[in-house]
Design a protein around this ligand. Sequence first.
Ligand SMILES: [Cu+2]
Length: 476
Amino acid sequence: MRRRDLLKLGVFSLAHAGTARISLAAQTPSAKLITAKPDYTLRISPVAVELDRSRIISTIGYNGTAPGPILRMREGKPVTVEVINETDSPELVHWHGMLIPPDVDGTEEEGSPTVPPHGRLRFQFTPRPAGTRWYHSHAMAMDDLHKGSFTGQFGFVYVETANEPGSYDQEHFLALRDWEPFFTSTMEDDDDDTHHDRIFEKPPTINTDPNGLEVGSMTYSINDRMLGAGEPIRVRERQRLLLHLLNASAIENRRIALAGHKMHVIALDGNPVPRPQAVDSVFLGAGERADVVIEMTNPGIWILGSTEKMVREAGLGVVVEYAGQHRQPQWVDPQHRSWDYTIFGNPEPATSAPVKSIEMAFEKIPGGSGKFNTWLINGKPYPHEQEFVLERGLRYRLTMHNRTDDAHPMHLHRHLWELREINGKKTSGIIKDTVVVPYYGQAVVEFTADQPGLSLFHCHLQQHMDYGFKALFRYA
Ligand SMILES: [Cu+2]
């Protein structure tokens, strides 16, 4: 272990005494340092993922699988997680959507310690709030497509509360994934185009330089199986399915539907929505979650999968099979391909509390042939200096101006925000941690500065984040 890491740990254990603790064992486990059994152990090591019988992927996962185990935690009940890193690279485990201190949040930018190669670290935190959260590697990948969120290091964490949502007959955790990433200069995204009656954020000048490298994928899956390769979800007529959907892609936003059925959206990013609604398809930016309930009222054998034919046929789907049915799984394109967060919110904006404004403009510098694009926030790639300083206890209104031709899933660590506007359409009461800002579009969110310490803000597309698209919020 490096001396720098030791110093950092010392500092943090003082700063956050009583709220979160990290302890560290040397490369060989020491019985003296590890006194009690952790509640959870995550072992980071190489895994083979059998997407189907003829396609086995080598990657890095948790506890011998990818996705990792579903971790169930109790809201407000402190937990100890031991992370054992059996790889040759330093690693970070980020707890996405949790309100926890920066030293256990799992990002280097916030000062969380990295888990050294062939070392282990123990993290203590109090999981909150309740809902569908997830954990994943927050390591940088840069030009290495075998690192960070390109690997199989992701999994669900479900934080339970006393008030669990409604009644259901079956519960499934489904993570949408892509595999075998490669560099390409063209990018086809199933981006939402429904907010584009007009362009909201025209850049002052369009940079027409050739685009740099983006990342595409060869194969796709839901959890660890390609469409048709795993067991179907077996249902009976009149059952209610509760699905926890997660877009665990490193690089792409996704739309998903269950042929022949509507999805009743009850929560976004794990947080109950003010007005649950039934929709034909659900759009998920990278990092986003949706909890949906589906009434099984249309007997048959159906595909739950990507609305993009090419992606679905390359694996992103799972078969849903009613008892007693025998035929080929069917796909039907959903009738409506719209996605509008605001239908799940309160129509009348809440009476506004006094807020301070933060404006952010996103831009892209095309990298040109064979090079990488650079992403700017207010004219600069990461790191910024002291631009985004919060005063504890104040409410902030963050307006994101997306002056690029991509939809970006923007994520703020350690805080939840309330969505207030998408391309001029107002809403309130939708609580999220990630929001997709439409291309050449705008999103407005509000949040209360009540989580002292550094907080990372970034695009959840790994490559965008690595090449500049991130910033730190700090407290005054
Ligand atoms: Cu992005």
